[in-house]
Design a protein around this ligand. Structure first.
Ligand code: 3UK
Length: 516
């Protein structure tokens, strides 16, 4: 057997590897985080992590307990992530774009004892409070109102903390990911997983080193953002720029000028928005960038070409997943095939198989399965879903792919009905279930539809109740209705009124027919 590409010790705590180790390597005075006009050195990060870990302990958090992080990207999120991990607890970076009913589910499913929440998101948690079964403390970053104050508590906590010794196979953190039906699935990640993705992807593919500065559109609560903007730079003592606000093309241009990142990680929707800013190539200086990265959904070939032409840097498209933690197939600088997801990242294995599980030859479409040591072992409390997805050492990505004779992988679509908007999962079932709550709607079918940039967004086919009349005003009303009830990015960008929906004999909506 070949020697494993990643040597991992038996016992360690991942928080020590990514934080304490940097100080041991003499990088304590180097900038770890740039945030607004503030900077935090690695020594300051270590102090923040230790204070947060001690605070969590004082609130009764023990090893293996979950701690939800419902925070906008900020230093406290970093302290919470590694602070919880350092005491052996399990941080759960959580999507900040969701609504109270989602948080009710996530807090009850995870049995998190403590949630660390940014003040602007507090009302969503408070609305869920009456139905929470396990949450004991709300710790607020910002004005705490009637809750516990992060800054008060950590100010009183000791700045010294010894890391709880963990096994490489202990749980380090969870990340929730949405599925077609039902609630999100908690992907359980282990202490060794971040080491694996750092060593297999970030170092060899990105060539990340201590002189890099990262800026990521994807927030830290996404598996993509968490690697991009936190543990990849921390794996080598580089620095990261954190931005708590909403993604905005101008803000990123200005941030690239201000902070001079060397790696910019975007998603196709943001590249589209940035490419649409007229004259940006004359107005903004992007010369600090070594290259850019794209993931979350396929990057159209035209974006690669236009970006390179305008700004003189390449975009490296790669596919990753929450379950595998980060990118396992990627384009490399200097040998990009625009429109492809690139080549296998060494250390991972991939196979494209037919319905019987047999590998298909190059040029034929099949289901992509991946093997690699950063894959989560299971979904929390979802045994059936786990068995359907994780098969021994292999995991089904749910993606259709074709490999060319040069070994490059080309995305062909999903094997389920899931779609992505701006790189974030949207379940058609959830949007349909929301639309039918509107008094005018009888039924609805939601599918992905390509916009003028070839990026897929949700589109709804709607059957109205008798006596209701289709109109632009009603379409707008339905869109607002969805935005109000569930996470706004899930709203249908187009509404088509139809007399009926295609159905199976058993009454299931045939979404593939709507996709046309
Ligand atoms: C799709 C892509 C085509 C694909 C992610 C980088 O996106 C990430 O994780 P998620 O769990 O979604 C995974 C699914 O998204 N996808 C992602 N990247 C691409 N499709 N081309 C791409 N480049 O369906 C995949 O199964 O949200 C991305 C790093 C870590 C991640 N978690």
């Amino acid at each position: 057997m070949a020697a494993p590409l990643v040597e991992i010790p038996e016992r360690f705590n991942a928080a020590s590897i990514f934080v304490d180790e940097q100080i041991k390597q003499g990088r304590g005075e180097r900038v770890a985080i740039a945030y607004g006009d503030q900077t935090y050195t690695y020594a300051q990060v270590l102090e923040g992590v230790n204070r947060c870990g001690n605070m969590l302990r004082s609130l009764g958090v023990e090893a293996e307990n979950r701690v939800m992080l419902l925070t906008l990207d900020c230093p406290e999120m970093v302290f919470g992530f590694f602070g919880a991990m350092k005491i052996g607890a399990v941080p759960i970076p959580t999507n900040t774009l969701l609504r109270a009913p989602d948080y009710e589910y996530l807090l009850n499913d995870s049995r998190a004892k403590v949630v660390i929440v940014s003040e602007p998101l507090l009302t969503q948690v408070e609305q869920a409070l009456p139905n929470l079964k396990h949450l004991k403390h709300i710790v607020v970053v910002g004005n705490a109102h009637r809750n516990l104050s992060y800054h008060e508590l950590t100010g009183k906590a000791s700045e010294f903390l010894r890391a709880e010794e963990m096994s490489r196979d202990d749980t380090a953190f969870w990340l929730y990911s949405s599925g077609t039906t039902g609630f999100p699935k908690g992907a359980v990640h282990l202490h060794h997983d971040m080491l694996v993705t750092s060593r297999l992807y970030a170092k060899p593919v990105l060539g990340i080193n201590q002189n890099d500065r990262t800026l990521s559109v994807a927030k830290l609560f996404f598996a993509y953002g968490l690697g991009n903007a936190l543990y990849f730079p921390f794996s080598v003592g580089a620095s990261t720029v954190l931005y708590p606000g909403r993604p905005d093309p101008i803000v990123y241009f200005q941030s690239i000028e201000k902070y001079k990142p060397t790696i910019f990680y975007g998603v196709p929707t943001m590249y589209a928005a940035m490419l649409a800013v007229e004259g940006a190539e004359k107005k903004y200086d992007l010369s600090s960038l070594r290259f850019c990265v794209s993931a979350g959904e396929a990057l159209p070939a035209a974006f690669y070409e236009r970006w390179k032409q305008k700004f003189g840097v390449e975009i490296l498209d790669g596919i990753g997943s929450t379950e595998i933690l980060h990118i396992f197939i990627s384009n490399r600088a200097g040998r990009v095939k625009p429109g492809s997801s690139g080549e296998l990242v060494p250390g991972y294995e991939a196979k494209i198989v037919d319905e019987r599980g047999q590998p298909v030859p190059p040029g034929e479409v099949g289901d992509l399965l991946v093997k690699g040591d950063s894959t989560c072992p299971y979904y929390w409390n979802k045994h059936q879903k786990t068995k359907e997805t994780i098969i021994g050492e292999w995991i089904r990505t749910g993606d259709k792919y074709v490999q060319d004779t040069d070994g490059y992988f080309w995305y062909q679509g999903r094997s389920d009905d899931m779609l992505k908007a701006g790189g974030i999962w949207v379940s058609p079932v959830e949007v349909e279930a929301t639309l039918v709550q509107h008094p005018a709607v009888l039924e609805a079918g939601v599918v992905g539809h390509a916009d003028s940039d070839a990026l897929v967004k949700p589109m709804a086919y709607v059957v109205l109740k008798q006596g209701q009349t289709a109109s632009d005003a009603l379409a707008k009303e339905l869109q607002d209705f969805v935005k109000d009830k569930i996470a706004p990015y899930k709203y249908p960008r187009w509404i088509r009124f139809v007399p009926e929906l295609p159905k199976t004999a058993t009454g299931k909506i045939q979404r593939y027919k709507l996709r046309g």
